[in-house]
Design a protein around this ligand. Structure first.
Ligand code: ATP
Length: 334
């Protein structure tokens, strides 16, 4: 069942979904987007709502439909069905100057100097070349690439060139930044720098939407995610609400191995070495603790861990999609 929890700030109290309290206007609103290629549905009814100022992730394995979705949101391709609005406009091209887009296929003119490449990208979004060069110099300086301003793109490392392209995406100061797999091809240090840049944009009120097949980028950065698999979005909403779909896990270590108290452990309890593991009961852990104490189980340790986005992804998109995501991530490292 497709479930949408569009109120990103909506929280859960005592297991009930509170009324969404998010009153921010939407930067992106898409309903029922469908796109087929050669008779095959690449995107099959996608709903997304991204409030202004949010960092939002489109999370799914390769081939799931992320790029196609982003291209429809940007107006690069038109949906076969459905509507999308960006800042309230249903023709995103009309507001191209408010948008910065980093496509999945990276590419800058190899003979251009870094500063010129950034200014050129700004010019494509309506910025004068003079202002673009000035801002390019400042941006390169701020991101530790001042020394590379007059170097040709072909003389830069891959990570540096990718940063230059990203700065070119931002130079016209867009209100919405769309990044297609921005972390792929970056080493861990540059990935960390990119996370900092994305957070800084959001702090300035810029809306950022990015696609990724790496859960921890989405988990660390995003307020909201759309989980996409096979062209469908089985979940769109806050990361927190996705995590709350799965009960927290209890890990219990006891001195006694057996006793009448064992019967009080929940039905899904499994033994893992010295530990018992089970889902946190709806009544909380306190009634169980009483029985463990009365039964002299001898509690050595007890931890309650909230589910992560990975567990939520498995529960929402299924084991097969999660395995594919893992394989894609391994592929990045190879
Ligand atoms: P990746 O990160 O690998 O690009 P993705 O989630 O972005 O994956 P899409 O690029 O949106 O996925 O592709 C979704 C499906 O649509 C794939 O099966 C792909 O082969 C197909 N597809 C995308 N664009 C086209 C096109 N222009 N013509 C034909 N098929 C396409």
């Amino acid at each position: 069942m497709a479930v949408s929890e569009q109120g990103l700030a909506g929280n859960r109290v005592g297991g009930f979904s509170a009324i969404p309290v998010d009153a921010r206007p939407l930067a992106i609103e898409a309903k029922g987007l469908v796109k087929s290629f050669d008779g095959t549905r690449a995107v099959d009814g996608v709903d997304i709502a991204v409030p202004e100022g949010a960092i939002y992730g489109i999370l799914g394995p390769n081939g799931a439909g992320k790029t196609t979705t982003l291209r429809m949101l940007l107006g690069i391709i038109d949906p076969d069905q459905g509507v999308r609005r960006v800042f309230g406009h249903d023709r995103p091209h009309d507001i191209g100057r408010l948008i910065g887009y980093l496509p999945e296929e990276r590419g800058l003119y190899p003979s251009m100097k870094a500063v010129e490449a950034i200014a050129f990208m700004g010019a494509l979004r309506g910025l004068s070349l003079k202002e673009g060069r000035k801002r390019a110099g400042e941006l390169l300086e701020r991101h530790g690439l001042g020394h590379a301003a007059d170097r040709q793109i072909r003389q830069l490392s891959k990570g540096m060139a990718q940063t230059v392209q990203l700065l070119g995406t931002l130079v016209h100061r867009p209100r919405l930044v769309v990044l297609d797999e921005p972390f792929s091809g970056l080493d861990a240090i540059n990935q960390g720098k990119l996370e900092v840049m994305i957070r800084a944009l959001a702090d300035e009120g810029v809306t950022v939407i990015f696609s990724t097949h790496v859960i921890h980028h989405a988990e660390r950065l995003c307020e909201g995610v759309a989980i996409i698999a096979g062209g469908r979005v089985p979940y769109a909403g806050s990361v927190e609400a996705a995590r709350d779909r799965i009960p927290a896990q209890v890990r219990l270590e006891t001195r006694a191995r057996e006793g009448a108290w064992v019967a009080a452990l929940p039905g899904d309890t499994r033994r893992n070495g010295d530990f018992f593991q089970f889902s946190l009961p709806e009544t909380g852990v306190e009634p169980l603790l009483r029985q463990l104490i009365e039964g002299e189980a001898g509690i050595l340790s007890l931890s309650i861990e909230r589910a992560g986005l990975h567990d939520a992804f498995v529960a929402i998109a299924g084991e097969a999609a999660a395995r594919q995501l893992e394989a894609d991530t391994q592929g990045d490292r190879a």
